[in-house]
Design a protein around this ligand. Sequence first.
Ligand code: ADP
Length: 457
Amino acid sequence: AVQNYDVVVIGAGGAGFAAAMEAKKAGASVVLLEKMPSIGGNTLISGAEMNAANNWVQAKKGIKDSKESHYQDTLKGGDNVGDPAMVRVLTDNATSAAEWLRDEIKVEFLPDHLFQFGGHSVPRALIPKGHTGAEVVTKLKAKADQLQIPVKTETKAEELLKNSEGRVVGVKAKTAAGQEITFNANKGVIVATGGFGSNVEMRKKYNPVLDESYMSTDTPGTTGDGIVMSEKIGAAITNMESIQTYPICNPKTGVISLVADTRFDGALLVNQSGKRFVEELERRDVISKAILAQEGKYAYQVWNQAVGDIGKTVDVHKDEYDMLVKEGLLVKADTLEEAAKHFNIPITELQKTIDRVNGFAKNGKDLDFHHRGKLIEMTQGPWYIEKAVPSVHHTMGGLVIDPETHVLDTNGKAIAGLYAAGEVTGVIHGKNRLGGNAIADIFVFGRIAGQNAAAQK
Ligand code: ADP
C-alpha cells in the first residue's frame, strides 16, 4: 500500500509530536509513525522536567538565571564536546518551547517548584504535574487528535527512500500485522526515533563497557533504528561512545527511580559503610562511576520527612514507592537506626554522617563534597533509605544535524528532505547530558524540524 503526505514523522515521543504539530500548523499534511503499540517513548516514562532559563517559575521565586548560564552549564556538563552553535539554539529557545507547551499544548507545570539537576548553576527545571511525562504525552496526544494528525502505532519505519537526485522522499514501513506500507513525503521525513539504550549489541559496538551487565531505564523501543536507517543512506553519525548511566535506579529492574528525586531537595548518598562518597548534585556520569567504585557497586539514598516534604515524591510516585517497599529496596522507619538496620548499615557511622551534614547545613557550606544546592538539616524521622544502582539511560551520540535540523552526510552536507530531532541526534550534549536538558532538546529541535520540513518546497 502507498500513502501520501507532505511530512512523515518517525517516532511518537516528544520530539516526534512536536515536529508533527509544527508541520501541521504550517499547513502541511502530516503522519506520525510509531512502531510500538503505545505512544510516548522515553518521554512518557521520564520525569519530564524541562530546563528553561528565565522561566516564569524562576521569576515568581526570585531566582536569577540567564540563557548564557544555561549555555555554559550545558557545554561544560558535556566536557565541551557538544557543538556550541547547537547548544546555543537549545538554550536560547528552551523557554519559548516551555511556554509553547504551557500555552498551546496546555501542559500543566507546578507553579512554585523547580529542580536543580546535577551540573546546573541554579534551579531551572520546570516540573510537569505528576512529575512524569504522562502529563506531557497525554496533552500532546490530545492536541494531535484535535489537529487531526494521524498517529499510526504498530507501524515500524524500516527504510528511508531516496529519489534519483538523492532526495529523501519517503519511508518504507511495516505494520505489526505484517503489511508493508510506503509513506511518500512530498516535503520531508523527520527522524525522531530516540536513542539506542535498549539495544545491547549496538551499545557494545560503540562502547564495550556498557554490555549486558548493565540494565536500562529505557523503553524496549529505544533501539537506534533511526540512526541505522539514516546511516544506510549516507548520514554521518558521531559521539556514539558517549552513553550515560543514570545513577539512581532499581537494583532489580534497572528502572529509573523518581521517588529518589528527593536527591534534588537534599537527600544524601552513602555507601554500605554509611559514608558519603560523592557530591549528590554531581553529574550523572560522575555519580554513577563513584557508585560503581563502592563495595557491592550500589549506593543508598537517605532522607527524612522534612526533605521528602519539599518535593513530595513519595506521594506523586506512589506506585513506585509501594513497589520499592514491597521489594525491600526502600525502607521507611521512625528512627534512623531502624532504617539502617534493614540494610545492615552501621548506625554509628550513618549517624556520624548525618550529624556532620547537619553541621554543614547550618553553616551553609559542605566541607566534604561541596554540595552545590541546599543541604537541609535532618533531625526528625520518619527516615527513608533506598538502595540504588546505575543503569543505562541516555545515548548522547547519534545523527549530525545543523541548527535547522537538516541531517548531514559524511561530507557535512545536508541530505535533502531529511530532518532529525531528539535523542536520535548526537551533537548537543557532548560526553554527558545534564538532567532536564533532554526535554528541552526534544521540544526545541522537534519544533524546528517540523517548521522547516513544512516550509520545504
Ligand atoms: P525523544 O525523546 O527523542 O522524543 P522518545 O524515546 O521519547 O525519543 O521517542 C522515540 C519513539 O520512536 C519511541 O516511541 C519509539 O518506540 C519510536 N520508534 C523507534 N524506532 C522506530 C521505528 N523504526 N519506527 C517507528 N517508531 C520508532
